[in-house]
Structure formats: C-alpha cells, structure tokens
Design a protein around this ligand. Structure first.
Ligand code: DSN
Length: 419
C-alpha cells in the first residue's frame, strides 16, 4: 500500500497516522465536537510557521523576524471580528480550556465566586468543576438543568444566583441540545451584579451564521474553540466588545498563561474564518442542524429516550441505559466495533459514574462535512439500533460493519486518502 508520508523515515509514527487516516475514512464520525478541516486549513497548520517564535502581539513582539506572522495574526483577528460582529479578538489561545482560563482570570481574583453549568448537566470542566483550575482557584457552585425536562430553568438559576452571589456566571455547554437564552443569562447576571461569560465552543458555527442567538453584546466575554462547528484547527478564541477587558484578556493570554503563540495554528484559524464567512458555510451549518433534528426524530420514533425530545442545534443525547439497557461505555464500544464513532456521555442526574455513564452524545457536524444528508443519517440511526439489538450476534455485527464502511467510503474525506 502506498503511503503519503513514505519519504519520511519514521515508520512508527507515520504508520499510525496512516492507520488513523483509514480509520477516519472508514468510520461514521458522530462525536459532536469533531469535524474535518479543509485542505487549506490542514496546509496552513502544517506550514513552516511552526518554526517561528512570536511572543507578544502584532507590532509588539519579543523576537525579531515577526513581520510575516504579524500579517497572519492581524488577518486572523480581523476575520474573527467580522465573523462574530465584535470589536476585539484574541486568536492565540492554544485551546478552549486556555481561552477559558485567560478569560476567567480577566474577570476574577483567586477565591472569587463562579457559577457555571454542571458537567453532568452538559457544562464543561472549565466552568467550575471541582478538579479543574476553575473549581480549585475559585469558589464554585454549579447550576443544573431541570430534573423533569432536562432544560435550563432560568428562574431556578436566578434564585440560585441570588443565594450564591457569584462574581461570574458562565453559560454555554458541551452537551445541551436546546437554544441557550443569552438574554436571560444577562438579566440574571445584572440582577446579582455578576459578570457573564459565554462559552460557545460547540455552537460557534451556529452563532456565526445566525442559526443561534449571538451572545456578543450580552456577555462580557465570549470564548470558543475553533475546531468544532467552526471546522478549523484545534485551538481557542476570545471575543469581547469591551476595550478595557480586551487589554486584560491579551495580558492574561500572554504572558499570563501562555508563552509563544502557535502561529501555524493562528494561520489555520485565519483560513477557516474566511471559509466560515461564505454562503457555502452558512448552508453547511443549516444542513448540520437539519440533519441533527432528523436523526434525533428517528431515534425518538424507534423508542429511544432522546433527552429533551430532540435538538435545536448540532447534537443530541440518548439515554441508552434506560432505552435499551446498555451503558454509555458499552454502547460506545459496540458502535466502534461497527465503525461508528460516538462518545459516551453522562446524562443529567446520572446514576452511573462518568467513566461508565448512561448516555451517548451524537453530533452531525463531521459527517455533514463529508456530504451526509438526512437519508444517510437516518440509515446510520438504524444501523446503530440494529447493532444495539444484536449486540451479542457477532455475525450480524460484521454485516452491519460492512454496510457502514461501504456507506462511509462513498463519502470520502475532503482530501485524498491513499489506500
Ligand atoms: N467539550 C468537550 C467535548 O465537547 O467533546 C471537549 O472538551
């Protein structure tokens, strides 16, 4: 078999990369936080900009020879501002987590109170989880979704905020399938005199294209990753309309928590922001949402417990334990055995430990990039059901895997894969 990187003398690493390319092409990728970047993004990220040190910001660097990376970073900042209609952007965070750390440090002092969504409810570790910096350096209390509906209950969050008096409220989620009411969060924050931070890592693509309300102008700071629905390189982004906060954010990113920026990744962010400003991308995001709604409905029709009954965005959660008596972990493994990749996920008030969990999370961004439409997502929903129903029948599972692989191969990756 010919390999793209066979001129590189590192058999161990490049054979693993080759195997990963085959895995990606053969699998249905349903992890809601993953996507396939364009060839242009891949090339920018794989470029010689990785050779350059550039501590500081454009025009104010601590190294010589930064003219070209200044150009790249300026373009990235301008495009990010255009994409999200905001005044200031910092494109240097290495990840969503460092973006959140720099943003929170711009608003809080150690020991201040923070209130974010619980991880089981759908929030992120960096929103105040006890083992994260956000729950260790600050006094944290989490809010949850409603026990019956699994929806955010803004009255209950207001009441909790009145009791707890946080200095910062964090909204945004990693596993919540319904619209987030940023105006309601702003009202709650104002009522208790708190800052508001919106982490739109998951829904950034929907926000950028108008498929979800934007928190810009409502939240004091907005953070995101660039690799989920935005379809860019793995990295973070911080946005604000407040000039004083923008200065603090810059200082908290560098030198606060990071050293030299990854200018090859910043270049890839610039490239994807341009892609995200196109009508093709708008159309893509509309399809992501349409496909998620259709697939969720198919599971509901097959009798699965889809949390909240469906979705408004790119993902949904299924309580597989109560639907089909299989844990999230077992279900994730089973699906992987038929070339379908999803992740187990805790559900609100889960009775299982996070490592086991009762649910799986399903997202449509990646396979929509590969060209899947409603028909293909419905077919995959049925393959998932067939696999669950026949989980002990190895011959049947082999048949399902063959069909899934054939379907996936007819929707190739957005770049050549040599087999
Ligand atoms: N937020 C996680 C996810 O959605 O997969 C990654 O940090």
């Amino acid at each position: 078999m010919e390999r793209e990187f066979d001129w590189i003398q590192d058999e161990e690493v490049f054979s693993a990369i080759d195997a990963e390319r085959r895995r990606q092409e053969d699998s249905t990728e349903l992890i809601a936080s993953e996507n396939y970047v364009s060839l242009a993004v891949l090339k920018a990220q794989g470029s010689i900009l990785t050779n350059k040190y550039a501590e500081g910001y454009p025009g104010k660097r601590y190294y010589g020879g930064c003219g070209n990376v200044d150009t790249v970073e300026d373009i990235a900042r301008e495009r990010a501002k255009a994409l999200f209609h905001c005044r200031f952007a910092n494109v240097q965070p290495y990840s969503g987590s460092t973006a959140n750390m720099a943003a929170i440090r711009s608003l809080l002092n150690p020991g201040d109170r923070i209130m974010g969504m619980s991880v089981n409810g759908g929030g992120h570790l960096t929103h105040g989880y006890s083992l994260s910096f956000s729950g260790r350096d600050y006094e944290s209390q989490s809010y949850d979704v409603d026990r019956e509906t699994f929806l955010l209950d803004y009255d209950a969050i207001l009441e909790q905020a009145r009791q707890f008096r946080p200095k910062l409220i964090v909204c945004g989620a990693s596993a919540y399938s319904r619209f987030i009411d940023f105006k309601a969060f702003r009202r709650i924050a104002d009522e208790v005199g708190a800052y508001l931070m919106a982490d739109i890592a998951h829904i950034a693509g929907l926000v950028a294209t108008g498929e979800h309300e934007s928190p810009i102008g409502l939240a004091d700071i907005v953070t995101s990753t660039t690799h989920k629905t935005l379809r860019g390189p793995r990295g973070g982004l911080i946005l604000t309309n407040d000039e004083e906060l923008a200065k603090k954010i810059d200082k908290n990113v560098f030198p606060g928590i990071q050293g030299g920026p990854l200018e090859h990744v910043v270049a890839a962010k610039a490239v994807v922001f341009k892609e995200d400003l196109t009508s093709e991308y708008q159309n893509y995001i509309r399809n992501v949402v349409k496909n998620a709604r259709r697939m969720a409905k198919e599971f509901v029709d097959m009798g699965y417990k889809v949390l909240t009954g469906g979705t408004d965005n790119h993902l949904f959660l299924i309580d597989v334990l109560s639907s089909r008596n299989i844990t999230g972990m077992a279900c994730q493994k089973l699906l992987e055995s038929v070339n379908i990749t999803a992740n187990r996920n805790s559900i609100p008030f889960d009775t299982q430990k996070p490592y086991i969990s009762s649910g799986i999370r399903i997202g449509t961004p990646a396979m929509t990039t590969r060209g899947f439409g409603e028909e293909e997502f419905v077919a995959i929903a049925h393959y998932i059901d067939e696999a669950i129903e026949n989980r002990d029948d190895l011959r049947k599972l082999d048949e399902i895997k063959e069909k899934v692989t054939a379907l996936n191969r007819s929707f190739p990756l957005p770049y050549e894969v040599r087999r």
